[in-house]
Design a protein around this ligand. Structure first.
Ligand code: FES
Length: 456
């Protein structure tokens, strides 16, 4: 296998543009992994369907009478796709109709019409054989996940306990407020890895670093001599709280779902709440009060927000949680951002971004059915992803530089990048599916994490 990771702290650069490596991923990785295919709110009614495709393979996800099903998107006559790429609709009547010769299927995938039946041999018209081929689908977190591999371990066995922990934070009840997409001139892994550590914040998102230097210096700089704005030891409790509120405001403006504007409004109400004199204790206590207030105020409006202080203790999750290979979430209070990245070529990927929040029962809500597609440098993107997009294409170019043979990783906070790449290698090398699933379980909570022993 070319360009495998031999030293866990060094990731060969050719993995990010080599045609053969990309082809191997297409053969040994993508057909065997669970992929977020659609949000369930896109298919609320019987007969609603959406098409999902990756690397030329396409499936239709449809809400049948007894639940959500998925079918491979190919007519059983001569293979024409029944649904267009990115399509959606409702097919309760008259079902899926092939655009070529008009054969039909109902929402359960059963064939209901063959034009000119008498011209075919009986052997070609077996009803079971004419049914659309099912594709594996599992529901989690308000989404349908598909897998082309009938023998892969289940979604839950693959993702592991972090799936339940995220679910405890109310993931299934979230609704999409907006959905953007862009094409990035970068390998899909470069795009994913840009979100696997917070180490980039001080340089890429200076507005966040400056609003809460204590937070970022504690995590990435202070112990090693300080990076960025120094902490003012005389800063009062009030000023610390003001800094936190400003930081939350920037996160909200920059990345709506991560911190929702309604949560920032609640934070502002708590600017003068009574707190202990020690700033570190005060900030911790203030976040506890904020969690309690967000829970109480949004629940009072009819939103199904969980007890945020309760789940922080019972089901702790990280600032970013990755669902291998190409989906991740940024949860903070009651809302979340979610991202999905699909390969389009060795140096091109489709990058999608949702803002998810709770919507009160009975409150009008328009579900976006298609993404708003923008150029990656569009000013219409929120500031934080726009700042990330500015790095990703240039890093892709740098991968080609003469003498740049590998990325060198911090063993302590860039471990997720190494762990991810070594699980990809496990797929490409044919490691047993149960061992791959056990290793994938370890990615839960591994944001900003260490290089791990993956067991193969
Ligand atoms: Fe679909 Fe002929 S290819 S009906």
């Amino acid at each position: 296998m070319p360009f495998s990771v031999e030293n866990p702290e060094r990731i060969p650069s050719r993995r990010y543009y080599d045609e053969e490596f990309y082809r191997l991923e297409g053969e040994h990785l993508w057909p065997h992994v669970w992929q977020m295919a659609c949000r369930l709110e896109q298919i609320p009614n019987v007969g609603d369907w959406v098409e999902y495709s990756i690397l030329g393979k396409s499936v239709i996800i449809v809400r049948g009478k007894a639940g959500v099903k998925a079918f491979h998107n190919a007519c059983r006559h001569r293979g024409v796709p029944l649904a267009q790429e990115g399509g959606h609709g409702n097919c309760k009547t008259p079902g899926f109709i092939c655009p070529f010769h008009g054969w039909r299927w109902n929402i359960e995938g059963e064939n209901t019409f063959v034009y000119g039946k008498h011209m075919f041999s009986q052997a070609q018209l077996d009803q079971a054989d004419l049914a659309l081929r099912p594709c594996r689908v599992e529901l989690w977190g308000g989404c349908a996940f598909i897998n082309f591999d009938d023998n892969a371990p289940s979604f839950r066995d693959t993702i592991g306990p972090v799936a339940d922990r995220i679910e405890a934070h109310g993931m299934s009840n979230l609704r999409s407020e907006w959905w953007y997409a862009t094409v990035l001139p970068a390998n899909w892994k470069v795009a994913m890895e840009a979100f696997m550590e917070g180490y980039h914040v001080m340089r890429t998102h200076p507005q966040l670093q400056q609003a809460a230097p204590m937070l970022y210096n504690m995590m990435y700089g202070m112990d090693t001599g300080g990076i960025g704005v120094p902490i003012d030891p005389n800063m009062s409790v009030r000023d610390n709280i003001k800094a936190q509120i400003k930081h939350l405001g920037l996160l909200s403006e920059g990345m709506a779902g991560m911190v929702h504007a309604k949560e920032v409004e609640i934070a502002k109400q708590l600017a003068d709440v009574e707190l202990p004199e020690d700033p570190a204790q005060a900030v911790m206590m203030w976040y506890g009060i904020l969690n309690a207030q967000i829970t109480a105020q949004l629940q009072a409006k009819g939103e199904k927000v969980p007890d945020l202080n309760g789940v922080a203790v019972s089901d702790p999750i990280n600032a970013v949680e990755f669902l291998f290979p190409n989906y991740f979430l940024l949860p903070m209070f009651s809302s979340m951002s979610s991202y999905r990245i699909r390969p389009l070529g060795p140096e091109s990927c489709l990058f999608e971004l949702w803002s998810l929040t709770h919507v009160a029962e009975g409150q009008a809500h328009q579900t976006p059915m298609e993404p708003t597609v923008l150029p990656y440098d569009s000013d219409a993107f929120p500031p934080i992803p726009r700042q990330d997009y500015s790095n990703i294409p240039i890093q892709q170019k740098g991968m080609h530089a003469e003498g740049f043979d590998f990325m060198r990783l911090s063993k302590d906070i860039e471990g997720l990048i190494s762990n991810y790449n070594r699980i990809i290698d496990g797929h490409l090398k044919g490691v047993a599916p149960d061992k791959l699933a056990a290793a994938t379980n370890l990615l839960g909570g591994n944001f900003d994490g260490k290089i791990l022993d993956l067991g193969f």
